[in-house]
Design a protein around this ligand. Sequence first.
Ligand SMILES: NC(=O)N[C@@H](CC(=O)O)C(=O)O
Ligand SMILES: [Zn+2]
Ligand SMILES: [Zn+2]
Length: 428
Amino acid sequence: MSTVIKGARPYGEGDPVDVLIEDGVITAIGAVQVPEGAEVIEAAGQVLLPGFVDLHTHLREPGREDTETIDSGSAAAALGGYTAVFAMANTDPVADNAVIVDHVWRRGQEVGLVDVHPVGAVTVGLKGEKLAELGTMAASQARVKVFSDDGLCVADPLLMRRALEYSTALDVVIAQHAEEPRLTVGAQAHEGERAARLGYTGWPAAAEESIVARDCLLALHANARLHVCHVSTSGTADVLRWAKDRGTKVSAEVTPHHLLLTDERLATYDPVNKVNPPLRTESDAERLRTALAEGVIDCVATDHAPHAVQDKDTEWSAARPGMLGLQTALSIVAETMVRTGLLDWRGVARVMSERPAEIGNLADQGRPIAAGEPANLTLVDPDAEWTVRGAELASIAANTPYEGMRLPGVVTATLLRGRVTARDGKIC
Ligand SMILES: NC(=O)N[C@@H](CC(=O)O)C(=O)O
Ligand SMILES: [Zn+2]
Ligand SMILES: [Zn+2]
């Protein structure tokens, strides 16, 4: 089985080249003779990148298959240019044991569009009371590499410390949803002038920053790896810079929506804009963009969070937090980071593929585009634009905050180990 991508520009650099892929591996780059019977993808100068890796996806299976399944979520991921995603543990039942994580892993392999790596829960039932069996999950068929109670914060400092200590022996990473729960009781939106005017209880920046600071110190003293989920404030960027300068093994992600959207959206009253952590101010978003460009924030993760109409289309306070992200991530990064000159395409490869693959400890993802490397690839038309329609996205739920927006950057093909999983907006 061979495929030739004709006339692509790896990392958007240099003259167009042909890429020959045989048996899932890149075997030649340059002017390639098309083998008999090979599948040909005419790239016409488009940008070729390593397949994207999402450290933070909610696929809702098991438990809420009315909003997303491993099948539908894998399709959304492939169409968005992803070749691997990490599926969060806040399912029903919770992914806090080997049976559930193995189901998620196996189902992902059956669907075959993207590698679905289950995230294991840190605490039993996400209850924050006692540690889940991290070792059993790490040794299971799913080989769990990332643990998180995402949706909830591991707030107890003693439990968090233990989790970090165990993680070093298992060579896994603890990903924290940084939210001091005592500071966010009843919180509905970013604590600031806009929330105050609408009478919403505020979600203060310090609720995030205080946990990030605490966890960085715990990780430093335990010599453990910590990953910070969905950074949303400029103060968190300050803490991360400080911690990294001191040698803390901390990594962090930012979501596309926190790069682009702000609490100005509160004025719409539309709960499609409700998310945790909340949309912050313009100056926060600006700082998150520069922190990502500088590497203070390591990568982009979608926090793709599908929700049913009845859980979203209600009054603000009753709506669930979360928004879709897999199929729009590349375009939001193109809009906020590439068009602004903050990142070139090599930088996009770093924040959407290489760094997330390293943090998630995936040996076969985020690899260089070179002969001998696995053919996990994404082809992007940087000049094309498209209009977002929630109903047309592959997810079962349709809660996109970008409805009707015209965005730059179109994923034209995704290849997983040489197999074309998505092409021109269709699943293959
Ligand atoms: N981001 C959200 O607003 N919601 C997530 C949970 C989470 O990531 O905290 C969800 O599971 O819906
Ligand atoms: Zn979260
Ligand atoms: Zn999440």
